[in-house]
Design a binder for this molecule. Structure first.
Ligand code: NAD
Length: 299
């Protein structure tokens, strides 16, 4: 089994780290938050005192951090992974970060004699805990081959999306589509209701017709049809507006640098931004339903 250092034990990383222990690997875990370290130590990981302590004899380093600046500084900043992990160590970054930051990390890893895979995830905290995440990985075929058995300990569907940064590219394109389709689903339910159909009736029809999508069938923004969806608990997250907004900002930045037109992506970004501006960044992103229905004051 593999010696793994895990850095970033928050909402997602905590469950992922625990699943790697369950899969039989030897884990050394570090987070700036001592309580997060304690929680995974109780599940069988070694509590490391620093990044240096976590990675000193690692064969693989997995990171799950908030944003690109954290990933670059933890790995390649002063006293980071680069300074303390053995050469040849495989670095797997599962955070959602800019494609450009991910590609920069691959370059730095190459220059320092490491192997790198960017492997962001689809699926939230429940999937991280259950070990059912989807991973989309970018890197060489050889790096992916080494990363795949580790990723299998934390996820169900593992994809090689291509070269450096392609995991992040797949992730933000997917999440931009999700952000757009959720708003469209809310507008369709609201329109149907205003024209006289209740949510259950519209769901029965549309969920097997051409408007069917994940936002409707797995995460329905109208209360009722899908009992597990946040709509049935007043839009408590789930996947918060702030997280959707983060991914839409990343998609918009990437689209600008790639010269790709994303008119609906930008419109979706402005709709979620306006929710955040009105103090609702913590609402589940399907709570855009409340806005579509005019239940949230516009200014
Ligand atoms: P989180 O804020 O709960 O966890 C991040 C952890 O990183 C925190 O515990 C923080 O203390 C730690 N950290 C920050 N800087 C550090 C450093 N320098 N050294 C060590 N630890 C450090 O965030 P999360 O919800 O777990 O999300 C992590 C990543 O996963 C993000 O990139 C996010 O976009 C992505 N993601 C989240 C979800 C979700 O539903 N929460 C779903 C898919 C992807």
């Amino acid at each position: 089994m593999t010696k793994i250092a895990f850095i970033g034990l928050g909402n997602m990383g905590g469950g992922m780290c625990a699943n790697l222990v369950k899969a039989g690997h030897t884990l050394a875990a570090f987070d700036l938050n001592a309580d997060a370290v304690k929680a995974v130590a109780a599940k069988g990981a070694r509590a490391a005192a620093s990044v240096a302590d976590a990675v000193k004899d690692a064969e693989v380093v997995v990171s799950m951090l908030p944003a690109g600046k954290h990933v670059l500084s933890v790995h390649f900043g002063p006293d980071g992974v680069k300074d303390h992990a053995p050469r040849g160590t495989l670095l797997i970054d599962c955070s959602t970060i800019a494609v450009t930051d991910a590609r920069e990390a691959h370059v730095q890893a190459d220059l320092s004699g490491f192997i790198m895979v960017d492997a962001p995830v689809s699926g939230g905290v429940a999937a991280a805990e259950a070990g059912t995440l989807t991973f989309m990985a970018g890197g060489t075929a050889k790096a992916f081959e080494k990363a795949e058995p580790i990723l299998k300990g934390m996820g169900k569907n593992i994809f090689h999306a291509g070269g450096a940064g392609n995991g992040q590219a797949a992730k933000i394109a997917n999440n931009m589509l999700l952000g757009i389709s959720m708003i469209g689903t809310c507008e369709a339910f609201n329109l149907a209701e205003k024209l006289g159909l209740d949510a259950e009736t519209f769901f029965r029809i549309s969920s097997v017709s051409s408007g069917q999508c994940w936002s409707m069938t797995s995460y329905c923004p109208a209360p009722g049809p899908v009992p597990s969806s946040p709509a049935n608990r007043d839009y408590a997250p789930g996947f918060a507006v702030a997280m959707m907004l983060k991914d839409l900002h990343l998609a918009a930045d990437a689209a600008r640098s790639a010269g790709a037109e994303i008119r609906l992506g930008e419109h979706a970004e402005s709709i979620y931004q306006s929710l955040a501006d009105r103090g609702l960044a913590g609402l589940d992103f399907s709570g855009v339903m409340k806005d579509v229905k005019g239940e949230i004051p516009r200014s």
